[in-house]
Ligand binder design. Sequence first.
Ligand code: SF4
Length: 409
Amino acid sequence: MLNSFPKSLYLHIPFCKRRCFYCDFAITTGGENLKQQYVDVLCQEIELTVTAIPPVETLQTIFFGGGTPSLLSVKQVEQILETIAKYFAIAPNAEISLEANAGTVSIESLQGYRSLGINRISIGAQAFQQELLDICGRGHSVKEIYEAVDAIEKAGFENFNLDLISGLPHQSMADWEFSLKEAIALQPKHLSVYDLTIEEETAFAKRYRAGDQPLPTDESTAAMYLAAHELLSTTGYQHYEISNYARSGYQIQHNLTYWHNQPFYGMGMGATSYINRQRIDRPRKMREYLDAVSQWQREGTGFTAPIVDDAEELMDSLMQGLRLAEGMSLNLLQSKYGQELCDRALQVLDRYRDKHWVNFIKQPEEQSEDIRIFLVSPQGWLFSDMIISDLYEQLLPEVAIAKTDSSHH
Ligand code: SF4
């Protein structure tokens, strides 16, 4: 079964001033002299991609993610957007986002980005206590968060997001509530609230073990999750996705592409694309990425990956779609993946119904009597890892076993 054509484009900008202690993203630090070369190669990848897969749809979203895309000059962002505009139709009201870090933006740079059509800025704030920012190895101060938001407003952006992290070492509930309140006071249209995960090979993984002091206990991180839900839901933010809150009409359209498991272009070092049922990861190291694009240029060997089969695609759809408050249409799942596979997934979901973590609701207004399946907010979302891992065991047992094995290493 062919899926539709992408309407979203992700561009990875892998430069950071330093590596935060919890971060395992594909980034490079100190790549100042590499930036222009990277931008040129990224533009080459855009050209090679459209030659291999000519665009069909108008782009509705473009996302500059990182890394720290705000380390690129206005001119470099312009070069990338001009290359895109050469080959793609871009919707006049397209959502064009750029991730930025406090301490890397000014009114002038933001005005410059805005003049290029960027209309959404996402700032990694993470916490509003200097001690916590230092513990995380963040390269900015609390004061710089306020300055960045001030500059965003002065540059004329009305849509911006703040990222926050709960479950940090030494973070108390009082710290967490203070961070949430400070963030709300800055009136972002969107807030992303993540729970810290200790990723392998990070500085945090060497220092801390999940569940051990000074990391908050599982009970405390669950309480932090519920506190965020309570505070933000009562201050005008819709908890529309497991980790995301928005004012009405400001849900991030780009990520909705992922959560609806729709295809998207992804370009740049470490980026993933999902086109024609191929989920393709690019090299995560700078040299390997640059070499791969130049080899593609010379020899016509583009990035490829095996075709995702029905069970994998259903699993991806459930993993993404159950993150959303709106849930998923059972009719749609059955028409795409067939009754038998869907019944297997439903057996698992049904087990969690009695606990009130999962719900099935009939949509009476729909002639077809569609049923929507969703995790109950916020309780079901707290246990989503458990539900997803059960779905893996049911739909993709070989992957579930591989995951368990690798987590023991
Ligand atoms: S700024 Fe973001 S991408 Fe860069 S190192 Fe820190 S967490 Fe990772």
